[in-house]
Design a protein around this ligand. Structure first.
Ligand SMILES: [Zn+2]
Length: 503
């Protein structure tokens, strides 16, 4: 009998050990994402068709953040991940379709241990005060208040207090221009994995800094931000803390939440004072250096920049048409710089590029080698741009297989100036974008791009970079934009304001 009881007990023990193991083995994390940087000044709505939407296995293919979960033996349930190039406010139906698909997936997912949100942080949707806050609140309504949610963000996001109250773990890029996207997402995954493993109850402290700064004036590779961002890894290693993020914010959004921010994530509420102190310390440093948040390259009007380019006779000079920066949401169809290149009788210059489907169609109809009259640009950005009449020779057309995609383009030549006419809104951010239209940027004396700062690959090859302070929906001078809804006071709109991060 004793033997039988011992046998039964050991059997029960084995069974419970097994079921315990089974439980551990089956931690499940659902993933989702709606990533967009929404420029509220733009006249161009971002439509559902502008989003690249991935679901299921396509979401996690080749992603290092997914490997973090897999290596921790966590089962992933990847749902909808939508991403669109920065642009105008997102159309309501697109967001609502995405949100309802995500919520349905959560309801049907079965048991979950956590959620990972792959976000940008500057999403704005027509008809919503704060769509990101609505999304996460609706998720909470389904999953309850206890399940951990971790999120990764672009440091150009503006996550509001209403959003942050529902997230447990968050981390943002630590580089601008961005070089650490994959690393940041993997960190958000690791934070969630660790929190589940060690049973943390994470707590977020933050400070909102009333500064509106464009990305071009908040580059992390140069001072004053370089040495401020450099403190983040050490803060994240401090006992009781998990991570810290500095959000430069997204300034081309006329919304109450547009500002800079510092977030510090603690393992537990008992470290909240420590987290808050670190957030205040970083915020104070940023506030103290606010007047040093300036461009790291020479800048001025396009006329001044074209004259300045003559100071570098043997070098290719990259000039940013910064007011019409499509990577920050502008339409990319303002022809003002092309007009200036022609007026200055500039030779060996490249305008890369101008978005104009109608002009591109005329180039296609004419064919390579033909001379045509064209009206270029000024159709979407009719606020700051006006159409430019030119006579040009078509010198390149994308092959048919490319012409039917968003990368279709023509190259035209006007009096020694080449211009790329694009069929879809995009910027030349990599060498590959030039190669696609048969060009090497370094063959030109002047290369104009519709960017603010140069993206890493161009930044690395550009011998000289000048910033033309052109007008447009991404104007670099905050004081020229018609802000109405942003929380005031805010620097530099209110130059003389005082501020104390402890209040
Ligand atoms: Zn960004």
């Amino acid at each position: 009998m004793k033997q039988l009881i011992a046998c039964l007990l050991s059997g029960l023990f084995l069974l419970s050990a097994f079921s315990c193991k089974v439980e551990q083995k089956h931690k499940r994390v659902l993933t989702l994402g709606i990533r967009h940087e929404s420029n509220t000044f733009s006249t161009l709505l971002t439509k559902k068709s502008d989003f690249r939407v991935l679901r299921g296995a396509d979401v996690i293919k080749g992603e290092s953040w997914a490997d973090v979960f897999k290596n921790a033996d966590i089962e992933l349930i990847p749902t909808l991940h939508a991403y669109a190039w920065p642009g105008g406010v997102v159309e309501r139906s697109a967001f609502e379709d995405f949100m309802s698909e995500i919520l349905d997936s959560i309801k049907n997912a079965g048991h979950l241990d956590g959620i990972y949100m792959d976000m940008h942080g500057a999403l704005h949707v027509e008809g919503y005060e704060d769509a990101q806050a609505t999304l996460i609140q609706k998720i909470r309504d389904v999953i309850g208040k206890d399940m951990l949610i971790s999120g990764s963000f672009d440091l150009h996001g503006n996550p509001s207090p209403d959003f942050v109250k529902n997230i447990n773990l968050m981390t943002a890029y630590r580089t601008a221009p961005h070089r650490d996207g994959a690393e940041t997402k993997a960190r958000a995954a690791q934070m969630l994995t660790d929190a589940l493993k060690y049973g943390w109850s994470p707590h977020i402290e933050y400070v909102v800094i009333p500064i509106l700064v464009p990305g071009e004036k908040s580059i992390t590779e140069v001072e004053p931000l370089h040495s401020i961002y450099a403190q983040i890894p050490d803060i994240a290693k401090t006992e009781g803390l998990i991570d810290a993020s500095i959000f430069a914010g997204y300034c081309w959004a006329d919304l109450p939440r547009s500002a800079m921010r510092v977030f510090v994530v603690a393992k537990d509420k008992k470290y909240s004072a420590k987290a808050k102190n670190e957030a205040i310390r970083l915020a104070q440093q940023i506030w103290n250096s606010r007047d040093k948040l300036e461009l790291d390259v020479p800048s001025g009007s396009i006329d001044e920049m074209l004259i300045k380019s003559e100071e570098y006779p043997d070098k290719t000079v990259f000039i940013s048409d910064s007011g019409d920066n499509t990577t920050a949401g502008a339409p990319g169809d303002n022809p003002q710089v092309l007009e200036a290149l022609l007026r200055h009788k500039t030779k060996n210059a490249l305008m890369a590029g101008i978005v104009d489907q109608e002009a591109l169609n005329k180039c296609i109809d004419a064919g390579v080698g033909e001379n045509i009259k064209l009206t270029v640009g000024g159709k979407v950005d009719y606020v700051f741009g006006k159409p430019l009449e030119i006579e040009a020779k078509v010198v390149f057309l994308s092959p048919d297989s490319v012409m039917n995609t968003k990368r279709g383009a023509a190259v035209i030549e006007i009096d020694g100036v080449k211009a790329v006419i694009l069929n879809a809104r995009r910027s030349f951010i990599e060498v590959n974008d030039f190669e696609d239209v048969g060009l090497n940027p370094l063959d030109f004396k002047i290369v104009v791009v519709k960017l603010g700062y140069l993206y890493p690959e161009l930044r690395d090859i550009a011998p000289v970079h000048l910033m033309a302070l052109t007008s447009g929906f991404c104007n670099l001078d905050m004081r020229t934009l018609p802000f109405e809804h942003v929380h005031r006071p805010s620097y530099p709109l209110d130059m003389d304001m005082g501020w104390d991060p402890t209040r």
